[in-house]
Design a protein around this ligand. Sequence first.
Ligand code: GLN
Length: 527
Amino acid sequence: MSGIGKGIITASIGKILQARGFKVTAIKIDPYINLDAGTMNPIEHGEVFVTEDGTECDQDIGNYERFLDQNIFDENYITTGRVYQSVIQKERNLEYGGRCVEVVPDIPNEAIRRIKKVAKNTDSDFILVEIGGTIGEYQNILFIEAGRMMKIKYPESVMFVLVSYLPVPEMIGEMKTKPTQYAVKTLNSAGIQPDIIAGRSESRIDEPRKKKLSVFCNVEPKDIISAPDVKSIYEVPINFENDNLSKIILNKFNLKAVNKDLIEWKKFVNIIKNPKGKIKIGIAGKYFKTGKFTLMDSYLSVIEAIKHASYFWKLEPEIIWLSTEDFEKKSDSIASLQQLDGIIVPGGFGNRGAEGKIKIIEFCRKNKIPFLGLCLGMQLAIVEFARNVCGMEGANSVEINPKTKYPVIDVMKEQKNNIKEKKYGGTMRLGAWDCKISPKTISFKAYKQSLISERHRHRYELNNAFKENLEQKGMIIAGVNPQLDLTEIVELSKHPFFVASQFHPEFKSRPLTPHPLFKEFIRACFK
Ligand code: GLN
């Protein structure tokens, strides 16, 4: 089922094969009609991850990038919408030669064509294809069918891993295998026999349970792999190797196991397990409350970037969720921020919670709490500064108040038509853009270079008509995109760390190479 960690398992399998010296890439199949994740609700679907080439995709692509330490591109993201769109386009172009175009086999065939294209373009030894959703549901059945068709056509080159959940109900106290047995039966009825079962559970699968699963699921006990809950997701590849998973996979493909090397990764995990200190970081957002539950997925890359940077300094971060709307209602809650070592205001859209974020930023500025603003976080830091330092009462972003007297954040020229014509999907300023950093800034100290490139996802920008005014009052324009003269980074001096960027640095942070801005931010927090 969704949410049990197929993405981490896929990425971890990739990692252990990579450690054996193979070239690996991973594809995410997201069984939604949406052409990309840009138009999906983050509370429902999780974070929208952005690639170098500007694809707004599922957060699992971010997991692949972080585990494999390589960039993943647009063609590795497949949705039902994308597949149907190309089939319909080909039909219009008479590419099916006038025959009837059918759901089966034309839809699975298009999925297969896309998988093969990735194989060819990336020249990889292994293509991991993660099919989202749950076996037996209607949504992903055509992709399961694509898998079945591939296995028939290339029996030596295709294998299946079923990720299944083994609950340990509290009142029974025993790990139950029945849901997995049924999952395998359902998969069998779609014509697929799993080669490996990765059993997600709170603990490891013991021998009696492995035997039972083996009999009922027709999989050898050694091919049933435990994927127990872990303190850190980065332990998963190491756990898999303890169960010899890479060897099992390579044997099935008749490949020789070479250069097993997870040394750096193990060192990294060791730091996670033995931190030398702790820090408390607040994230101010609104995409995490759903009913009684608090979800973290909407800010996944921000959380991971905080972790990578903290581990670099051998620190364990504790993340405190600051629900921005609460700060609008209760004015006394703001003082509680004093106990935090640093605060991040991440990206977001629309006016809900915006005033709460502005209050939090004001508190950070005045009380010298390290602050990192990301995208909307930068825009609102400018709004706060304009209002409270430059005396522009009611200053705002036109996204939040289109009638503001001081539109310090305005819609980008290039975006006006998109908004007018309701062209919302995939039209923001997306992906990698250059930024030139001014010398003697915190950002320059962090990056140690003046020309950088970072990933974006926005329609609004600092209104240059107000730039001089803000600068006169002490706001530092630390980074600018030279082509558009668009402000990319602002900073404040006389503050331990006040940096905000129009781009999203979190997307480029990797476990062993944390992002420079996050690294400096965490250093300031610890200090
Ligand atoms: N809503 C803002 C914009 O479109 C910020 C977007 C974001 O934070 N990713 O510019």
